[in-house]
Write a protein that binds this ligand. Structure first.
Ligand SMILES: [Cu+2]
Length: 137
């Protein structure tokens, strides 16, 4: 008589390994999602920003032009010893009201999340030669 093994001692092992591909996919999706949610592009406001010569070299903001994806944020760090603002718009037409940090003191930051595509010009209302642009694609 043939012995039939009903104990299925290998069943537990099989079921654990069967979840591995799903677990891997879940982890990959989670990491991609988490990366997008928390994606922040850093822009520094350097010490030399308060000197008008930074406008010629385009170094009033570092970097003065950044490209990000919809839903991502830009965080501006005031790495200088004086106050600045990050104000959307341009010096010709003034603020356009999309975002405005108001005064950022030395060492402080301002963050804005961009939810629509477009080209967002900004400047410092205290040092109007300080201009930058955020391109959201
Ligand atoms: Cu400034």
């Amino acid at each position: 008589m043939k012995k039939i093994d009903n104990s299925c001692s290998s069943c537990t092992k099989i079921s654990i390994w069967a979840f591995l591909p799903f677990l891997t996919i879940f982890l990959i999706v989670f990491m991609i999602t988490a990366t997008n949610v928390f994606a922040e592009t850093e822009v520094s406001i350097p010490n030399e920003a308060s000197d008008i010569s930074c406008a010629e070299s385009g170094t009033c903001f570092l970097q003065s032009e950044v490209t990000i994806s919809v839903g991502e944020s830009v965080i501006w760090h005031n790495d200088s010893v004086v106050i600045h603002t990050v104000t959307s718009g341009n010096t010709e037409d003034g603020p356009d009201g999309v975002f405005d940090s108001n005064i950022i003191i030395s060492g402080d930051t301002f963050t804005h999340t961009f939810t629509e595509t477009g080209k967002y010009e900004y400047f410092c209302s205290i040092h109007p030669w300080m201009t930058g642009i955020v391109i959201v694609v």
